[in-house]
Design a protein. Structure first.
Length: 341
C-alpha cells in the first residue's frame, strides 16, 4: 500500500517534509502547493514534484514566470489520501474548511492553535492517540524537542516537574524580514512562555514551567532543562538511557562541538541534506544528576527540521498503517537518522 500525500506549502518545513515523504518506501508525494512563483516553486518543479497553485487568483503569475502548474490546490486536496499543511501560522486554520469539504485528513504544524485539531502529536509520546483523527497538529519544534526528552525520562523514572529556559533563535536563515537585530528579549516577559502549556497538550498532567528568550541568531534553539525525577538515578545511567533513544543525539565529549555553529557544520560534513539535525542534540557533558533526582542538561533544537520525521510518523498514525515502533524505525531508516552512530 502506497500512501498518497499532498503537501500544502513548500517553504522551510514543506520542502523538507516533501523530501522526507518521498524517501519513505510506503509513501509518495501527489504534489505540493505554493502561493507564488518564487525560487522554491521553481525548485519544486525541478525536483519533479507536481506543483499546484495555492491561490487560484495567482495562476496567471505562475504562467508569466514560466513555471508549469499541475492544477489548483483543491485538486491536490481531492487527489490526496492525506494532506500535510505546512503553511504559515494561522493559514492552516483558514484551510481547514477545504480539507473538510473533500473529507481529506489533514496534518497541521505547531503554529496553529491546539483547539483547531482533534489531537496534538509527538511520535515518541502519544502516537496511538492520532489514529483516525481528521485533524492532527504536529507540535512545534521546541515542544517536539521537550516531548521527546520527557517521554524517555517519564517511561524510565517518572517525572515530577520540568523547568526549562528556552533561548530561541531570532529567525530562520532565510527570514531576512526579522533582522538584522541587536537585542536579547524575554519572549514573553511573563511566565510561563507558551511552550509549557503546549507540552501539556501532549502530557496533560505534567508539571512544567518554561521561560523564553529571543536572541540574534538563526542556527538553533537552545534549551536549559531541569527535570525532577520520581525515581532516583545517577548521571551515567541517564546518559546511557538518552544515548539509546533514536531521536536524541548525545554529543560525545571528544567531538569539540561547543555550540550550534559547530553542530550545523558537523551535520553538513556528515552529508545531512541542508545540514538538518532531525534529532535533539544534547551535550553529553551537560548531563548531570544532583541528589539522585535532579537532572540538568543543555540541548539544541534545529527549528527547521526536528518536526520533519514527526510529520512522516503522523501520516502513518492517522491512517493506522503502522504502530509507533514500526513507523519510527521505518522513518529513521529511510532518512538515515542517527548522527554520530
Amino acid at each position: 500500500m502506497t500512501i498518497e500525500v499532498g503537501i500544502n506549502g513548500y517553504g522551510t518545513i514543506g520542502k523538507r517534509v516533501a523530501d522526507a515523504v518521498r524517501a519513505q518506501p510506503d509513501m509518495e508525494v501527489v504534489g505540493v502547493a505554493k502561493t507564488r512563483p518564487n525560487f522554491e516553486a521553481e525548485q519544486a518543479v525541478a525536483n519533479d514534484f507536481p506543483l499546484y497553485a495555492a491561490v487560484p487568483e495567482r495562476v496567471g503569475q505562475f504562467d508569466e514566470a514560466g513555471i508549469e502548474l499541475a492544477g489548483e490546490v483543491e485538486e491536490l486536496v481531492q487527489d490526496s489520501e492525506i494532506v500535510v499543511d505546512t503553511t504559515p501560522s494561522g493559514i492552516g486554520a483558514e484551510n481547514k474548511a477545504m480539507y473538510q469539504e473533500y473529507d481529506t485528513p489533514a496534518l497541521y504544524q505547531g503554529g496553529e492553535d491546539a483547539d483547531l485539531v482533534d489531537v496534538s502529536f509527538n511520535a515518541r509520546s502519544n502516537f496511538a492517540e492520532a489514529e483516525g483523527a481528521g485533524h492532527t497538529r504536529v507540535v512545534s519544534c521546541n515542544t517536539t524537542g521537550l516531548s521527546r526528552l520527557i517521554a524517555a525520562l517519564e517511561d524510565e523514572y517518572g517525572v515530577e516537574k520540568v523547568r526549562a529556559t528556552l533561548v530561541r533563535r531570532g529567525g530562520d536563515p532565510a527570514q531576512s524580514s526579522r533582522g538584522p537585530i541587536n537585542d536579547t528579549l524575554p519572549d514573553p516577559v511573563t511566565i510561563p512562555s507558551h511552550h509549557g502549556p503546549d507540552v501539556n497538550t501532549i502530557f496533560p498532567d505534567l508539571d512544567i514551567d518554561t521561560l523564553g528568550m529571543k536572541v540574534p541568531a538563526t542556527l538553533t534553539h537552545t534549551h536549559s532543562v531541569n527535570v525532577e525525577l520520581t525515581d532516583e538515578t545517577d548521571t551515567e545511567t541517564v546518559r546511557e538511557l538518552l544515548e539509546g533513544e533514536s531521536r536524541l543525539f548525545v554529543i560525545p565529549d571528544h567531538m569539540g562541538i561547543d555550540g550550534s555553529g559547530k553542530l550545523k557544520e558537523f551535520a553538513l560534513d556528515s552529508g545531512r541534506p541542508r545540514g538538518d539535525v532531525w534529532e535533539n542534540a544534547i551535550w553529553g557533558e551537560s548531563i548531570t544528576v544532583e541528589g539522585g533526582d535532579e537532572l540538568y542538561l543543555f540541548q539544541a533544537i534545529h527549528q527547521e527540521s526536528d518536526v520533519v520525521p514527526e510529520n512522516v510518523d503522523a501520516i502513518r498514525a492517522v491512517l493506522g498503517t503502522a504502530d509507533r515502533r514500526e513507523s519510527i524505525e521505518r522513518t529513521n531508516e529511510a532518512l538515515g537518522m542517527g548522527l554520530g552512530r
